[in-house]
Design a binder for this molecule. Structure first.
Ligand SMILES: Nc1ncnc2c1ncn2[C@@H]1O[C@H](COP(=O)(O)OP(=O)(O)OP(=O)(O)O)[C@@H](O)[C@H]1O
Ligand SMILES: [Mg+2]
Length: 206
């Protein structure tokens, strides 16, 4: 139950901790198996999750198999720990929305109607939005407009996003349209992290 003003500090603390456990449980349950494994990542990435950079958002780029998606799942988890860890006040259980660009673009198609509308609202308001492989799909004019609705709402409310893409933000205009690309550039300024190395699936960086 939500706390009231006459809760004792310890009752409030334990309520916050319950919220945190619930948020972590929800996130862990939807994390794909291979991305549940802890990994070490670049300091700039953890700095973002810990709120030590000026940017609201994080853009992870690099070649195939270098670890972009794995890094993104783990850094979202770290963001969650930092947002609601024991002792840190939070209004409730934070929601992290996660999606792949391919399924997102598909779900935003014109005939999706009220389902599409609900999805847009969910992605506009989630406390953190993670979009995997942003350049993997081609957006129609309709989809670009819907993407604009999602990103503009997040942009004006400074709600963070985590993006992975093998294409740099400056080259995304063709894919997501100029207005979304412009907002993303500002949201991720100073926080575009290039993961370098060989394809880990082929034994790189091990
Ligand atoms: N820091 C890491 N340490 C160990 N293994 C890692 C690390 N990062 C990623 N991996 C492993 O490397 C493989 C590829 O990672 P991932 O799927 O994140 O790559 P990607 O860059 O998203 O690839 P793609 O461009 O094809 O989407 C996976 O098996 C993943 O578990
Ligand atoms: Mg990936």
């Amino acid at each position: 139950m939500p706390s009231s003003s006459d809760d004792t500090p310890s009752a409030r603390q334990s309520w916050l901790e319950e919220r945190w456990v619930e948020a972590a449980r929800r996130f862990d349950a939807k994390t794909p198996v291979i991305y549940q494994q802890e990994i070490e990542f670049d300091e700039r990435v953890s700095d973002w999750a810990l709120g030590n950079t000026g940017s609201s958002s994080l853009f992870l780029t690099g070649p195939i198999g270098v670890g972009k998606t794995h890094t993104a799942w783990r850094v979202c988890r770290l963001w969650l720990e930092n947002a609601v860890g024991p002792g840190i006040p939070w209004k409730g259980s934070p929601v992290i929305a996660t999606t792949r660009a391919t399924s997102l673009f598909d779900a935003l198609r014109p005939d999706a109607q009220s389902e599409g509308r609900r999805l847009i609202e969910r992605l506009q308001t989630a406390d953190l939005l993670f979009v995997d492989d942003l350049a993997a799909a081609r957006a129609s004019d309709w989809t670009r407009e819907r993407l604009f609705e999602i990103f503009d709402e997040r942009y004006i409310n400074r709600r963070p996003v985590v993006i992975t893409s093998d294409v740099l933000p400056s080259n995304l205009t063709e894919i997501i349209g100029p207005r979304v690309a412009s907002r993303l550039a500002e949201m991720c300024r100073g926080n575009v992290v290039l993961l370098d190395g060989d394809d880990r699936r082929k034994g790189g960086n091990r």
